[in-house]
Design a protein around this ligand. Structure first.
Ligand code: LMR
Length: 397
């Protein structure tokens, strides 16, 4: 059987990291995968995480299995930061601990397939390169709704809303909670209200990918859309990730939250999600979830975490400004000011495939083929070289 297999193409994002690791050029810059770098180009373990690990090392007394849905204390802690205290106390929400945000998406996909059959999942044009693969692997069909307009560097608001109004009630609509990946263009609070109204009127199920809470405007501010939706509709799913805002990438820690009409429906939904998990990875890896729970439930560590998330957010935003300024200083005429209006780690730079290829081949600068740039990979030290290279490829294209 294996004899006849063809070599699979490299992953659009993680394949780039592999190629970057192998690149011997010392001046190389990786703006591909969405991983936060500090001003020294490092991805350090957060201090609050180190402290939590110290506590866990002392206190942890077993490596017995977790429950299928993870520790209930984790679920509660997550619900409080994602939905706020009131919604979290409403009884309508139940959460499971999943292996990363991708795991949360896959559990959601498996749960939908098990309980409701193959569905159509609508996703933004463009969206995260792995979104279609996750839902198609679970047997669903994926379709696109218009979202980002590369000509105006803005949301195609009217076409987006029209598309949402025409999606049938039995379909699922995948939305990005904040820090839209890849465009960096987020909905305003008022736009979220309109989208939530459409979801309510039409009856389709919102599924919100919420992988970057805290990296746009603040932990509370970034949750506005998720909370508006959770209040407006009877049912929704939210997939959170703690890879970015806790820097727990390799621990694979995320959560799937199910919002139902009441506590009884939420409990039944939870029980069906458990079935989907049991048939997949049985129960989650403990370490990341224990860290998140310890940080969120220890007031000093929680305060430290909030400071550390703020420092990441502030650094990303300062890199956005410096990038735009430095491009202008290097003689780039094209207006890149839209980059300062985009949120989170990513920007859709407007660089085309040829630009991306030349940056990689001639300058050892790695960018996703779509032109998505990870702003969190920029530092004051690599900015000049980066902007000179972009100026050079734009000039001769
Ligand atoms: C990204 O979009 O770069 C991240 O979400 C990492 C990944 O798994 O692709």
């Amino acid at each position: 059987m294996f004899e006849r297999l063809e070599m699979a193409p490299p992953d659009a994002i993680l394949g780039l990291t592999e190629a970057f690791r192998k690149d011997p050029r010392p001046e190389k810059i990786n703006l591909g995968v969405g991983v936060y770098k500090d001003e020294n180009n490092q991805t350090p373990v957060l201090q609050c995480v180190k402290e939590a690990e110290r506590i866990l090392l002392e206190k942890e007394d077993t490596k017995n299995y977790m429950s299928i849905g993870g520790d209930p204390a984790f679920g509660k802690a997550v619900e409080t930061i994602v939905f706020g205290a009131d919604l979290a106390a409403s009884g309508r929400i139940r959460s499971v601990h999943t292996p990363g945000g991708t795991g949360a998406l896959r559990v959601a996909a498996d749960f939908l397939r098990r309980c409701f059959g193959a569905k159509t999942i609508w996703m933004s044009d463009p969206t995260w390169a792995n979104h279609p693969a996750v839902f198609e692997a679970a047997g669903h069909t994926t379709r696109e709704y218009p979202y980002y307009d590369p000509d105006t560097c803005d949301i195609r608001w009217n076409s987006f809303l029209d598309a949402l109004k025409n999606i049938p009630a039995e379909d699922i609509v995948l939305l990005h909670g904040c820090c839209h990946n890849p465009s960096g263009m987020d909905l305003s609070e008022n736009q979220w209200r309109e989208v939530a109204q459409v979801a309510r009127d039409r009856g389709w199920l919102p599924l919100i990918d919420f992988a970057y809470q805290g990296l746009a405007d603040g932990l509370e501010e970034d949750a506005v859309g998720v909370r508006i939706m959770a209040e407006a509709v009877p049912e929704a799913l939210v997939c959170s990730s703690f890879s970015k805002n806790f820097g727990l990438y390799r621990e694979r820690c995320g959560a799937l939250s199910m919002i139902a009409a009441d506590a009884d429906a939420a409990a039944r939904t939870f029980s069906q999600v458990e079935k989907a998990i049991r048939a997949n990875y049985s129960n989650p890896p403990a370490h990341g979830g224990l860290i998140v729970t310890t940080v969120l439930n220890t007031p000093e560590l929680r305060a430290l975490w909030e400071q550390e998330v703020k420092a990441m957010r502030d650094r990303i935003n300062s890199m956005r400004r410096l990038f735009v300024q430095t491009l202008a200083a290097k003689g780039v005429d094209r207006d890149f000011s839209f980059i300062t209006r985009q949120k989170g780690m990513f920007s859709f730079s407007g660089l085309n495939k040829q630009h991306v290829q030349r940056l990689r081949e001639e300058y050892a600068i790695y960018i996703v083929g779509s032109g998505r740039i990870n702003v969190a990979g920029m530092t004051p030290d690599n900015m000049d070289r980066l902007c000179e290279a972009i100026a050079a490829v734009l000039k001769t294209s």
